[in-house]
Design a protein around this ligand. Structure first.
Ligand SMILES: C[S@@+](CC[C@H](N)C(=O)[O-])C[C@H]1O[C@@H](n2cnc3c(N)ncnc32)[C@H](O)[C@@H]1O
Length: 288
């Protein structure tokens, strides 16, 4: 359920086993959507020596990038940070052809990094913090990213927005409008932005970063992604619409929200028999 304690972090999602499994499946879907480009083509991959993933969750992105990047001497330094260790693998792990160690540490993106991490990374990756950051926190997060980066280092920040529940068929069914509205209202009530990709882009444009690119990868016209996109949206309904309905007061208890969400899942799945879920996943890259 949503983690919202007074004076502590704000996070709409849970960190249980089901959520860890959802993050793994989500990773595969998003990488398929990007056409297996982990790092945007505008960034020279062969010059990277030290990579940080912020809000790393269970570290799936780092694990996969270790598998896809060629081995190097000295080995790549791969470091994940998350405000919670709840989804970290139990043991430190090493992966990929270079048997690269993946180091995972607890750290809040909104706090200053310890001295050993400042100026250490030439690439910082962030994916899907939309349910974790308040609108005003994007600026603070980017300021802290700047401190992690070496001069000329790159950031790649990837987000989806509230259009997530839509499909390529009009008119949209009422279940879609209801889900969008629940999540939008819950996010606004929590002080979050339902338009994270735009927020990231605008903050980068008003910061010291340069060479800013924004590219949206969509499922539109990609029928081969139909089943994976549908499964992803259903995962989002269970993970995000449920806490949203409790926050907005549409459901009194989590159990009540869960049963309402299952009705929405059934309606969405029925609709998708003749419709393609339209997912817009935006990648914003910039250089210091
Ligand atoms: C939706 S998950 C995404 C995980 C991972 N980036 C991925 O794409 O698989 C968001 C993650 O951000 C973490 N998070 C939330 N607030 C954070 C903060 N202030 N600083 C660092 N991590 C945070 C959560 O604990 C969670 O692991």
């Amino acid at each position: 359920m949503a983690n919202t304690l007074p004076g502590q972090e704000t996070y709409l999602l849970s960190r249980d086993r089901a959520e860890t499994e959802r993050l793994n499946k989500q990773h595969q879907f998003l990488i398929d959507l990007l056409g297996y480009q982990y790092i945007h083509p505008s960034i020279p991959k062969n010059q990277l020596t030290s990579i940080a993933d912020l809000g790393t969750g269970n570290g799936i992105w780092l694990k996969e990038i270790a598998r896809t990047l060629p081995s190097s001497i000295p080995p790549l330094h791969l470091q994940g940070f998350d405000i919670s260790a709840a989804q970290f693998p139990p043991q430190p792990q090493f992966h990929g052809p270079g048997k690269t160690w993946i180091l995972l540490s607890v750290h809040d993106i909104l706090k200053k990094w310890p001295a050993e991490h400042r100026g250490r990374y030439d690439f910082v990756h962030i994916r899907l913090l939309t349910a974790a950051l308040k609108t005003e926190s994007y600026k603070v997060a980017l300021k802290n990213v700047r401190e992690l980066l070496k001069p000329n280092g790159y950031i790649q920040w990837e987000e989806v927005d509230i259009t997530t529940f839509h499909t390529d068929k009009t008119p949209q069914i009422p279940a879609i409008a209801k889900m969008s509205q629940s999540v939008r209202h819950a996010m606004i009530k929590m002080g979050m932005s339902p338009f994270a990709p735009q927020r990231v882009y605008e903050e980068l444009c008003s910061s010291e970063f340069r060479n800013i690119h924004r590219q949206t990868y969509t499922t539109k016209g990609k029928e081969y992604l139909h089943d994976a996109a549908q499964e992803w949206v259903v995962g989002v309904i269970r993970a995000l619409v449920v806490p949203s309905m409790v926050i907005t007061g549409e459901a009194m208890y989590e159990a009540h929200a869960k049963s309402q969400a299952e009705v929405l899942v059934a309606e969405f799945e029925e609709h998708c028999k003749h419709a393609l879920p339209l997912i817009n996943f935006t990648v914003v890259v910039a250089q210091l």
